[in-house]
Ligand binder design. Structure first.
Ligand SMILES: [Zn+2]
Length: 323
């Protein structure tokens, strides 16, 4: 039996940073810190640093070692839930099949449960964020990669081998651009970071209207810069978001037809552009999806920000020790 005062350690392993947090059993992130992943240096070097950071957070939060019940960890890539292993992660190649969860669990003396990062985020949004009260949810996160998560009939849906929900790799065009997943023309190739940057360059080349993005150095031309420019009224930036939103909507129409969700939650950095991205996506969804699923589905921005995954991983782990 847990109480509202129970604390869980959450660990979110990403390609560039590892977020570590003390999370309450209601999902509140009480205290969080971040360390660099150093992905290319392999996982071994990270074990001690994660433990140091985690222990410091627990101490600062006043959680005694014997009060910690469980650790919830999440990682990019396809994970083996039963064995706590990352099986396939393009941004963490040398971490695949390393027993990070077991190593941390041995050191801390509590079980460590591993979950896919977007599933963890989806779970948090469902329990605490933009998905509360729904039984059928689709979640998409837009970043370097485009991740997906599903809540179907009131349960997080993972597929037969926990490899499901890779919504960013739904094919939009058979002969489209090559994708790191091995296929071509995936949704990610049209709405991921690289696609948005490339689209921005194209728009700047063929459209001569003034734009603050022309003065932006190449390495600073990011989806965030585009969103900020668009929010400030930059016409070219708005055009880029509109085109990106339409591609997003093409994907959402298929997702609406397949899953008939109540809500579709859009997260990730570029989702902060809000309606400048989402309105064209909604319009495209209504235009292309079948009438009944298109009628009621709400397309909404994620509500929890970048601590959603670590909170979700903690809550899922707590659920597993509670049975
Ligand atoms: Zn792909």
């Amino acid at each position: 039996v847990t109480s509202a005062s129970d604390r869980v350690l959450g660990i979110d392993v990403g390609g560039t940073a590892i977020k570590i947090a003390v999370v309450w059993s209601d999902g509140h992130v009480a205290r969080a810190d971040e360390i660099p992943t150093l992905a290319d240096a392999g996982p071994e070097q990270a074990v001690g640093r994660i433990l140091d950071c985690g222990r410091k957070l627990l101490d600062t939060e006043g959680v005694r070692r014997d009060e910690l019940r469980v650790v919830g960890m999440d990682s990019a890539g396809i994970v083996d839930l039963a064995n706590g292993l990352v099986l396939d992660a393009p941004n963490l190649r040398s971490w695949e099949c390393f027993p990070l969860a077991a190593r941390l669990g041995d050191a801390l003396g509590v079980p460590v449960f591993l979950e896919n990062d977007v599933n963890a985020m989806t779970y948090a949004e469902w329990q605490l964020g933009a998905g509360t009260g729904a039984r059928h949810l689709v979640c998409l996160t837009l970043g370097t990669g485009v991740g997906g998560g599903l809540v179907l009939d009131g349960r997080l849906y993972r597929g037969a081998r926990h490899a499901g929900g890779e919504l960013g790799h739904m094919t939009l065009q058979r002969d489209g651009p090559r994708c790191p997943c091995g296929s071509t023309g995936c949704l990610e190739r049209y709405i991921g970071t690289a696609a948005i940057v490339e689209r921005t360059r194209r728009h700047l080349e063929r459209d001569e209207r003034p734009s603050r993005l022309r003065e932006t150095p190449a390495e600073a031309l990011t989806p965030r810069a585009v969103s900020e420019a668009a929010a400030a009224g930059d016409a070219i930036a708005r055009g880029v978001l509109e085109e990106t939103g339409r591609w997003l909507g093409v994907g959402l129409a298929s997702l609406a037809n397949i899953f008939d969700p109540e809500r579709i939650i859009i997260g990730g950095g570029v989702a902060k552009a809000g309606d400048l991205l989402l309105e064209p996506a909604r319009a495209m969804l209504r235009e292309r999806a079948m009438k009944v699923p298109a009628e009621r589905v709400l397309v909404v921005p994620a509500a929890l920000g970048n601590q959603a995954s670590v909170a979700g991983a903690a809550l899922l782990a707590l659920g597993r020790v509670q049975g």
